[in-house]
Design a protein around this ligand. Sequence first.
Ligand code: AMP
Length: 416
Amino acid sequence: MKFNSIGFANQIQQAIDACGYTKMTPVQEKSIALVRKGRDLLVNAQTGTGKTAAFALPLLQRMLDKPTDNSFGHPRTLILTPTRELAEQLATIINQYAQFLDFNIIATYGGVKCSGQAAKLNAGVDVLISTPGRLIEHLNLNNVTLSEVEFLVLDEADRMLDMGFITDVSKIIHKTNPKRQTLLFSATMTPALNELSHQVLSNHQEIRTSKKVNSTADTVEHVIYPVDEERKISLFMDLLHQYNWFQVLVFTSTKRQADALLETLKKKKVKAALVHGDKSQGSRRRALADFKSAKLQVLVSTEIAARGLDIEGLDFVVNYNLPFLAEDYVHRIGRTGRAGNSGQAISFVSPEEEKAVSRIERIIGTKIKRVFRRGYEVSQRTRFIKNASKKPKPQFSSFKKFKGKSKGKKPSTKKR
Ligand code: AMP
């Protein structure tokens, strides 16, 4: 369905044109009309599906349709999101959508001083985007009041729960107008999320943007390279060299692995940078900007950057390690195959990580293709260690069973 067929106000349609969007993505097709009708929604959609426009465009339209005499400049729309990167990114995108409108759109998040944000809030805000913790600080300092919030969006709600924001989120929601419209977006659906949805949504409609819950974009090709843990750096360098991957985002599980990989990349004169929790906000922002503007070939990241990075045209995401939670696989590779572009999610899997593969396959609903690269075969030694760490088989009882069945042969050593 085309955007220009659904009657957005000229100022919004102009912004859509300026962004170069013509056709709606599936989540937009399913959500926009319902949001405009004022319905509460629970949307199962991951980053990269166009979900920001799915809520922001119709909410801007609703704000235009229902002008208020909000002379104190209190926010009418509140968007809660888990990380500062996401908050900044949402502010950038929504400012684009509202570029021909007279709305103040502000993002507040931790890691920077409150005072600068307080001054902006005092000057009046129509759309407030915030991380929960920082918003609580502003509320405690009376920098903002939420009683005029008519439209509430919980973006990446599952992640907010994972990060332990539930108490803050509940406190914040209680301060908004009880008659508000609420939209809850989540890449994964968990029992905790279901419970939250029942607490905050009213007579809501559920929207799923793909056949399977927790699924990844259809345009992503998933590939696994079985490899020993200690050979992963060498495999990465080989593949990078052979395929000349450009703008590749690599996720490691630990900072130590991220540091080691970055050191090797630098030694080989590959332009690369790192984002992880110990880096300052400034250095993370610089690394992201350099990566987005194609000054870097590789961006190495720990889990922190997994959510919400809006990096367009990303063809490759490499899981240097598989994430601990299968759901995080879905979030990590949400960076690729975005808005219909194709992408590859490449995972390096050591024998110790094999168990995680089946969990991931279950959650994405497909078997992942395995590529066995010559020279990187999983060593016998690792297999041996892996088998040795398994529980010993109950030899005695199998022998007894064997005895009862036939004579003369040794008991089978086959796995049962
Ligand atoms: P999101 O899922 O909101 O993070 O959006 C992912 C990317 O898709 C962003 O770069 C958007 O600018 C882009 N996008 C959103 N909607 C459309 C659309 N209808 N057509 C083309 N690109 C879009």
